[in-house]
Design a protein around this ligand. Sequence first.
Ligand code: 5GP
Length: 180
Amino acid sequence: MHPDVKEIMFSESEIKNKIKELGERISNDYKECESITVVGILKGAVIFMSDLVRSISVPVFFDFMAVSSYSSSTESSGVVRILKDLDKNVESKHVLIVEDIVDTGLTLNYLINNLRNRNVASLKVCTLLDKPSRRKVDVRIDYNGFEIPDEFVVGYGLDFNECYRNLPYIAVLKPEVYRK
Ligand code: 5GP
């Protein structure tokens, strides 16, 4: 275990099993579709997306968006700026947003409204983690890996000051690390 980690919330094998389950549900729900355009939200969703797509049997196209919320490091403001937009037009496509974590829901709410305006054939959301107790806006999540309590987590793509993204598990850091 990494020396900065206080406790592992979800192990590699728990994540792997959950992704298999999500992939099966998604494959079944989209089985009549020609393809899915999976939109990964950079950078946190990259690792989750790369494992998830390998458990989906329907043909998948990749695209990515990067957004930043105008906020302090801990509180989301709801004002979102697009740092990187999609490469391709998604009109008439079945779009699946892949997120690492939904916290206040403000980022996702912005993304849903933004993508909905592009005349997509369908729009759904898949997130690995969900913190429902922190929600500020009601957002519909179609596929949710794990519900978690109000704790700041890292690993498996999620960072703290850009560190810890490569941990293969989801973990809570020791309190002194956040205070640094
Ligand atoms: P929201 O707009 O839902 O408040 O924020 C979503 C974004 O905040 C996530 O995509 C993620 O970047 C960040 N975030 C929220 N909670 C956590 C957390 O517990 N750990 C990490 N590393 N990022 C988080």
